[in-house]
Design a protein around this ligand. Structure first.
Ligand SMILES: Nc1ncnc2c1ncn2[C@@H]1O[C@H](COP(=O)(O)OP(=O)(O)O)[C@@H](O)[C@H]1O
Ligand SMILES: [Mg+2]
Length: 324
């Protein structure tokens, strides 16, 4: 991959939260300072026009990573860099980013009509010269996401969850975003509606050459639209590489665990391990490999040595005990 293609590079990014009791309480009870390592030394590159998916159970640091990418949270260390975008008018600039949230109701102002919700970034960024052009653009965008131009006069509560997510997407498109960071975009929706929203996202990606960072706790959500895939466990990436390859032959025991919990349409009789155990608290994570208490192939040294990401068959895997 040439650097020319990279629209986003996350380099050794960490995010630690100080979750200590107050200074006075700490001194009184002689408690040490406590750091919660929500994201720890995460690196990856995303190419323009592709989908980079991040999957892991709740509490693994996915939302914190998303917030760092869009600038809502500063990394404690490491960096987030962006590739230049050449606009049609010759201007070279940083990519525009938008975040799509899990709960479209919480992210849409309930007192605003849908037309104003979608028009706001167009007015704010002065993307259209006149109000008439802005309104035309809003109608176009609503139709693009599968709503109708007449929906502009209605309020968010008049729509279903899936339609509200379409409104959020129309608003993100209104900003002429290059990169959309989608944090559990379909987790609040029924399974059939989930598929419709994911299909819409795939269509829009092709149409507008969008780049997606797609976050989910559910591997089956990202399965059919990911180019690259990173699996996170307790703040760290444990496996990262070509999504199709990882689905075909998952390497890390945690990736295997996640894949085993997906119903297999093609191999319904395959023996499956039940999802065992829970994610430990990131305030006092297990020693060594943080996955070792849940791991089927753990050996005593796993409780001592923290595994580095090693190249295994064209991808990176943080487990020295898996074979290519
Ligand atoms: N602002 C914060 N202050 C303290 N802890 C936080 C904060 N934000 C997130 N965390 C903690 O960081 C860890 C990762 O959270 P999050 O990034 O939301 O994970 P995910 O999105 O994978 O569920 C969790 O243990 C969470 O409680
Ligand atoms: Mg989250």
């Amino acid at each position: 991959m040439s650097d020319h293609d990279a629209i986003l590079s996350v380099e050794n990014a960490s995010c630690h939260f100080d979750v200590s009791a107050s200074w006075l309480q700490r001194v009184a009870s002689r408690a040490p300072r406590r750091l919660l390592k929500a994201v720890e030394d995460v690196s990856f590159t995303v190419r323009r026009g592709t989908t980079f998916s991040i999957v892991g159970e709740s509490g693994c640091g996915k939302s914190t990573l998303a917030r760092m990418i869009v600038g809502l949270q500063s990394p404690t260390s490491g960096s987030i860099r962006f590739g230049d975008i050449c606009r049609a008018d010759g201007k070279v600039e940083m990519p525009r980013l938008q975040m799509i949230f899990q709960d479209p109701f919480a992210s849409l102002n309930p007192r605003w009509r849908v037309g104003d919700i979608v028009a706001e970034p167009i007015r704010e960024l002065k993307l259209r010269a006149t109000e008439a052009e802005t309104l035309t653009r809003v109608s176009e965008l609503l139709v693009t996401v599968g709503l109708s131009a007449q929906d502009a006069t209605r309020y968010p509560h008049e729509f279903s969850g899936g339609q509200r997510q379409r409104i959020s997407i129309a608003r993100a498109l209104a900003t002429e975003a290059d990169v959309m960071v989608c944090d559990e975009p379909t987790s609040a929706l029924d399974v059939s509606v989930q598929a419709q929203i994911l299909n819409l996202m795939v269509r829009l990606q092709k149409q507008f050459n969008l780049t997606y960072v797609l976050i989910s706790h559910n591997l089956s959500v990202v399965r059919h639209m990911s180019d690259q895939l990173a699996i996170m466990y307790l703040g760290r990436i444990v496996e990262i590489g070509d999504a199709e390859e990882i689905f075909k032959s998952p390497s890390h025991p945690y990736t295997r665990l996640l894949i085993d919990t997906i119903p297999q349409v093609d191999a319904p009789n395959r023996a499956r391990e039940p999802m065992s155990g829970e994610v430990p608290s990131p305030i006092s994570p297990p020693t060594g490999c943080t996955f070792h208490p849940r791991c089927q192939i753990a050996v005593p040294s796993c409780a001592v040595d923290r595994p580095e990401l090693l190249t295994v068959g064209g991808r990176l895997v943080a487990c020295p005990h898996v074979r290519p």
